[in-house]
Design a protein around this ligand. Structure first.
Ligand code: KG4
Ligand code: ZN
Length: 336
């Protein structure tokens, strides 16, 4: 391939239909997102079949806008990248099918990108000064993990949630508090009006030392709300839940950084937008001489820029291209 590599990337793993044009992994020429949040909000969460249909409807215009905003045409694109997993199968298939069509029509290579690796690669777009190795806390609606990143393609899973993902817990806690989907930003907002006076966390024994658990915390909030119907101070519940939730991620990340003697911690994924998590992590990291790296909000939640970035580093690392037999995968190993 030539020196400059311009990639059209497509992301449709959950409820955002996104396309972006990214040059050389870090230069964002366009970044388009059509969110389905309003469509799913009335159901209190993402309805997979509705998500797939809306991706199929939205993709042509989203891709066209991404090309127009970047002022390029198919002829200027060197490769088409797409999220092929992990995520909702039907939703992924919409993006994969569209990307295959473009790759075939334009006669350009197809690159199959892992959504989780995309979330990690968002760090390379935002942090020009981030060097290896670093600890990455990945916390989203589908994943929660603490990773040691030694190179673009050398990712070691140190610990992960043993049950629910962090974002899932935020969304479920929000629902019992009567807050709309997605719950993370809503809990954050309500928590600012309260104090973390309630104790929801149960002791959890992590075998690796870096694992965590969210189902007990979620159930504690559900039970508390059921038992204190009228008397609950919702803001205190939100603040207490949030602190317990972010402390699990923060503690595992700091433990990992100290154990491996690593001085950098980066935060990826939708929950990485949480201000309390940033505040707590930053405080304890600073006390330990560790530097933190936080993403702009648009690179925390799902987007296609991160997929274009990861695809570029896959090319640089000599990973094989995909072909038209590419299929969507609902589950992928984080480090695969
Ligand atoms: O990374 P993402 O956009 O999609 C997945 O890959 O899952 O993450 C979405 C999740 C949702 O659960 C949402 O509630 C959560 O990220 N989230 C937050 C915040 N913003 C989004 N959680 C806590 N605090 C936030 N500010
Ligand atoms: Zn995501």
């Amino acid at each position: 391939m030539k020196n400059d590599i311009t990639i059209l990337a497509i992301e449709s793993s959950c409820d955002e239909t996104a396309a972006a044009v990214v040059k050389n992994g870090t230069e964002v020429l366009s970044d388009v997102i059509a969110s389905q949040i309003e469509i799913h909000r009335r159901f209190g969460g993402v309805v997979p079949e509705i998500a797939s249909r809306n991706h199929t409807l939205a993709l042509p215009a989203v891709v066209e806008k991404a090309l127009a905003d970047a002022n390029v045409t198919g002829a200027d694109i060197d490769a088409v990248a797409v999220t092929y997993g992990a995520g909702l199968l039907g939703a992924l298939l919409a993006g994969v099918s569209y990307a295959k069509g473009l790759s075939y029509a334009w006669k350009k290579p197809l690159i199959a990108v892992s959504h989780v690796k995309g979330h990690i690669a968002a760090n390379y777009v935002a942090h020009g000064d981030l060097t290896f190795p670093y600890i990455c806390v990945l916390a989203s609606g589908g994943h929660s993990a603490v990773l040691k990143i030694d190179d673009y393609d050398k990712i070691e899973l140190l610990g992960c949630t043993k049950d629910d993902a962090a974002g899932e817990a935020f969304d479920k806690a929000a629902r019992v508090l009567g807050l709309p989907y997605p719950g993370g930003p809503e809990i954050q907002r309500l928590a600012m009006e309260g104090n973390p006076t309630l104790c929801f966390s149960k002791p959890f024994k992590s075998e690796s030392g870096y694992d965590f658990s969210y189902s007990g915390l979620k159930t504690a909030v559900v039970n508390y709300m059921a038992n204190n119907k009228d008397g609950a101070n919702r803001a205190d519940v939100a603040a207490s839940f949030q602190l317990a939730a972010v402390n699990q991620l923060k503690d595992a990340a700091i433990r990992a950084a100290k154990a491996y003697g690593i001085k950098r911690i980066a935060l990826s994924g939708g929950v990485g937008a949480n201000l309390k998590l940033r505040e707590e992590l930053d405080r304890e990291a600073t006390e330990n001489g560790i530097k933190t790296y936080f993403l702009p909000l648009g690179l925390c939640t799902d987007n296609a820029v991160m997929i274009g970035a990861e695809a570029y580093f896959m090319i640089k690392k000599g990973k094989p291209f995909a072909d038209l037999s590419l299929d969507a995968e609902a589950v992928l190993k984080v480090e695969s």
